[in-house]
Design a protein around this ligand. Structure first.
Ligand SMILES: O=C(O)c1ccccc1N[C@@H]1O[C@H](COP(=O)(O)O)[C@@H](O)[C@H]1O
Length: 216
């Protein structure tokens, strides 16, 4: 079998130079946060302009947190998103109604039954797992217990939550996820990415891929 390549999304892009740097280091996807309380939030016109600069074969992901359907439609009318990321308490019916591919974020707590969540969100392209924080819906820079992930689901999982260049190789070797998603771990300030941190993160991901393939 081919050596697996863990897909990488760099989330919370707000500036064209950060988008270019993310693509240059090999990100498979970039994320735009349409959640106004976030320090990484972007407006519709800003995101549309950023997407124009996106190279082929790199996906644009739109992140929403319990947005109203008309707010999501307004974004979709102007921003060419490839994938929707639902990071709140959206029910499956809402996730499915836009005719776009989507992923559902699950905030991990010890009592979560991930098999049941995967069965509930029929049609999802994957489950994005993030740390649970009672006060913030995501982007907290916190990790969760990776041991809560059933190995059977690994190929459906996009691992997130407190990842950075120091821990992502171990995360990949242990969880063997389809992809990883990072925001705070590659920033120098909220919403401002650091090219060096993005490059080290990508190197660490490839290191994790070698470890998961048993090549070290
Ligand atoms: O980035 C944000 O501000 C954000 C706000 C609300 C929900 C999710 C958000 N980001 C997502 O959070 C995870 C983990 O981020 P971090 O690497 O721990 O900083 C990631 O999936 C982002 O897409």
């Amino acid at each position: 079998m081919q050596q697996p390549r863990t897909r990488v999304k760099i989330c919370g892009i707000t500036r064209s130079e950060d988008l270019e740097a993310a693509v240059a280091v090999g990100a498979d996807a970039v994320g735009f946060v349409f959640y106004p309380p976030s320090p990484r939030a972007v407006g519709i016109e800003q995101a549309a302009a950023l997407c124009q600069a996106l190279k082929p074969f790199v996906s644009a992901v739109g992140l929403f947190v319990d947005a109203r359907p008309e707010e999501i439609e307004a974004v979709l009318a102007q921003v060419p998103l490839d994938l929707l990321q639902f990071h709140g308490d959206e029910p499956p019916e809402l996730c499915r109604r836009f005719g776009r591919r989507w992923i559902k974020a699950i905030r991990m707590r010890p009592d979560i039954d991930l098999e049941a969540e995967y069965a509930r969100f029929v049609g999802t392209a994957g489950l994005l797992l993030d740390a649970y924080d009672p006060n913030r819906p995501g982007g907290t820079g916190q990790r969760f217990d990776w041991g809560l992930i059933p190995p059977r689901l690994a190929s459906k999982i996009i691992l997130a939550g407190g990842l950075d260049a120091r821990n992502v190789a171990e995360a990949i070797a242990q969880v063997r996820p389809y992809g990883v998603d990072v925001s705070g771990g590659v920033e120098r300030a909220k919403g401002i990415k650091d090219p060096e941190r993005m490059a080290s993160f990508m190197r660490a991901v490839r290191d994790g891929d070698r470890r998961r393939a048993g090549i070290s």
